[in-house]
Design a protein around this ligand. Structure first.
Ligand code: BGC
Length: 343
């Protein structure tokens, strides 16, 4: 709690310093992997809103998960004279190459949520993906310390998917070594696609004759696909399924009992801090970081934010209390008589 208050105070201090600093309009290039997922739309809206309040203008482009398009969009932003780039990479390895080009043009680069690999990246801001994986697996083993587990990874081209998996394995490995947990399958869903996840789980259920107790899904879109496949076999709500993002549909599934948990990442915090970071870099104001991340060639100064595991029992005091989603939206499919009381 103390840590949160300190970070908040630093944030307010930096925010006011920015407003007091000399006011020349700053141009920020925000390059996004895609804009279909609910979370990325929130990220964009809050980032742009905060940056504008700080007197900056933002050019936003989404590459629809196309690496070549993302590279050319960023090159375009550099040509348009952006003062700083904020990049959510589709592929952190491929996009890493853009940092050199940006620096050659005097443009600093901030990686947002997904690290840019093997590059002289200036800053990184993220929720710790290893911790997210640990929260998912810890929750699942607490509920089911023995049984058949299926590992459903995210996009193989997203560094986060691998770090989330690393976190999951930190918790699962001792159970596997003891023979308590058996891994009955391990697959990765391209672009974190729900459709791909559904196909994977349909096949896995056929191959195992429905003998799956737990699906370690790495985010809410893949969890959604997995749950669709479970529904076809009448297994939704019987098999435990994790997630990440606290997307509205996932929160609904949690209160309906088909998804076991998610990991909530308050998007307001990351998007606000990232906008502050971008403006601070340009105005040469102290950039707040609280750690580093190794991207293969350097320890990148990083601002880590705290993710929060969420299930049916704490959804009201987290996601709903924060205004991330309303009680009405989350409980839409539940009879009103069963809604929790909220003071
Ligand atoms: C993000 C997740 C998101 C996933 C799919 C990851 O890099 O950290 O929040 O669900 O990408 O877009």
């Amino acid at each position: 709690m103390k840590k949160v208050v300190i970070v908040l105070l630093i944030g307010i201090f930096v925010f006011s310093s920015i407003l007091l600093a000399k006011n020349e309009e700053i141009l920020i290039g925000l390059s996004m992997c895609e804009l279909q997922l609910e979370r990325w739309q929130k990220d964009r809206d809050i980032f742009v809103d905060t940056a504008e309040k700080l007197g900056a203008k933002v050019i936003v482009q989404s590459s629809n998960n196309d690496d070549l398009l993302q590279i050319s969009q960023v090159e375009n932003m550099i040509n348009q004279g952006v003062d700083v780039l904020v990049i959510i990479a589709h592929d952190g390895n491929i996009m890493g190459s853009i940092v050199k080009e940006a620096h050659a043009n005097g443009v600093p680069v901030i990686a947002y949520d997904r690290l840019l690999m093997n590059s002289d990246l200036d800053y990184f801001i993220t929720f710790d993906p290893i911790k997210i994986g640990e929260y998912q697996a810890q929750y699942l083993v607490n509920k089911k310390p023995t049984g058949n587990y299926f590992l459903l990874g995210g996009s193989p081209t997203d560094n986060n998917a691998h770090l989330v998996r690393q976190g999951q394995m930190n918790i699962l490995q001792p159970y596997i070594d003891r023979g308590d947990i058996k891994i009955v399958g391990d697959q990765w869903a391209k672009n974190w696609s729900a459709q791909e996840a559904m196909n994977i789980i349909e096949n896995a259920l056929t191959a195992t004759k429905n003998q799956i107790d737990v699906i370690v899904a790495s985010n809410d879109s893949t969890a959604g696909g997995a749950i669709e496949a479970l529904k076809e076999q009448g297994l939704a709500g019987k098999v435990l399924v994790s997630g990440q993002d606290a997307d509205l549909v996932a929160c609904r599934r949690i209160v309906e009992g088909t998804q076991t948990m998610t990991v909530y990442k308050p998007i307001k915090s990351i998007a606000t801090q990232a906008a502050i970071m971008a403006v601070s870099v340009v105005k040469d104001i102290h950039v707040v970081t609280n750690g580093t991340a190794n991207n293969g060639v350097k320890e990148v100064p990083t601002f880590y934010l705290e993710p929060i595991p969420v299930d049916m029992n704490n959804i009201v005091e987290t996601v709903i209390r924060d205004g991330f989603h309303s009680l009405e939206d989350v409980y839409k499919n539940i009879p009103k008589s069963q809604w929790p009381k909220v003071e």
